[in-house]
Write a protein that binds this ligand. Structure first.
Ligand SMILES: Nc1ncnc2c1ncn2[C@@H]1O[C@H](COP(=O)(O)OP(=O)(O)OP(=O)(O)O)[C@@H](O)[C@H]1O
Ligand SMILES: [Mg+2]
Length: 288
């Protein structure tokens, strides 16, 4: 079985069918690019995979675990959705950083919130244990929690600093988003997504809001993540990059996967008329 398996995703908004039975699979460590014209359903597909939308139909399995089966008999609790969502890191076109926090705090915020939940759970289980185990005293619980908290906080801080180093932002650690260029902000967004240690990193046109001279620095970071064998799905209009970095390319049009294959197959030997005209249109645009 593949690492990620998407089967027959269908999604309607009102009466418009936006996804019409999307299926594909990804192996661990693979980089898959999704290309297609505006309105073909790429963002909707990512949002369905990330539990930001619920497909009307479809199944999703990740790393042997069935994460989604639609239609659902019962709506899932927000806490369940949240924990399922953690399997995926999302980087959007607009960076969506928290303007009131510095770079480091933008990266550590979500892991710290998660730590709070874990501490609550630990406290609860220790209190439960106290009922039957005399060695578990109130003082012991307090000490255990405080040590755990300190250790984890240090870990989160160190991880964040390593991620900032990896994304070339060490000198911006204490700066605020408004003091950064678009490319730097997008690199913070990537570090922030990585901080939650997702199994799959999803990018939705990560460079389309950037000036061309800033695009390269973001693509360089994504390329370095490929070298670490991270599994990634990249929705992109950067065909050169998709050709270069992907193991597999999926071409979507009008809510269906029209063609998928290696970059060579998709870019050098397109079969369908739709893909051929998509590529020719792009070429013409680039030549204007
Ligand atoms: N929440 C929504 N309600 C109604 N229609 C929606 C909603 N979200 C998306 N759509 C419609 O679904 C279609 C696909 O949109 P989507 O954003 O997935 O396309 P896309 O391939 O990502 O396009 P682009 O390349 O421009 O980002 C569009 O026609 C859009 O108007
Ligand atoms: Mg989109």
């Amino acid at each position: 079985m593949a690492y990620l398996d998407i089967e027959n995703f269908c999604k309607k908004f009102d009466n418009t069918e936006v996804l019409k039975g999307i299926s594909f699979s990804i192996e661990k460590g693979e980089v898959v690019s999704i290309i297609g014209s505006s309105g073909s359903g790429k963002t909707t597909l990512l949002r369905c995979m990330n539990f930001l939308e619920t497909p009307d139909e479809g199944k999703m399995t990740l790393d042997g675990e069935r994460l989604l089966q639609c239609p659902q008999i019962k709506k899932e609790k927000e806490s369940v959705l949240r924990s399922k969502r953690l399997n995926f890191g999302l980087v959007f076109q607009s960076f969506n950083l928290f303007p009131q926090y510095n770079v480091l705090n933008n990266v550590t915020l979500a892991p710290l919130l998660l730590l709070k939940t874990k501490i609550k759970e630990l406290k609860k289980s220790l209190k439960e244990k106290k009922k039957t185990d005399k060695t578990v005293t109130s003082a012991y619980i307090k000490k255990t929690i405080s040590e755990y908290k300190e250790e984890k906080k240090k870990e989160i801080d160190n991880d964040a600093k390593l991620l900032l180093e990896k994304t070339g932002l060490t000198d911006k650690t204490f700066n605020y988003p408004c003091q950064l260029s678009g490319g730097q902000q997008q690199r913070v967004a990537i570090a922030r997504a990585l901080a939650l240690k997702p199994k799959i990193l999803c990018f939705d046109e990560p460079t389309s809001a950037l000036d061309p001279e800033l695009t390269g620095e973001v693509l360089k970071v994504i390329r370095s993540l490929k070298n670490e064998n991270r599994t990634m799905i990249i929705v992109t209009h950067e065909m050169g990059f998709a050709k270069n970095v992907s193991d597999k390319v999926i071409f979507m049009s009008d809510g269906v996967v029209v063609e998928s294959g290696s970059p060579k197959e998709i870019f050098d030997n397109p079969k369908s008329e739709k893909l051929k005209s998509f590529l020719i249109n792009l070429e013409n645009k680039e030549n204007i």
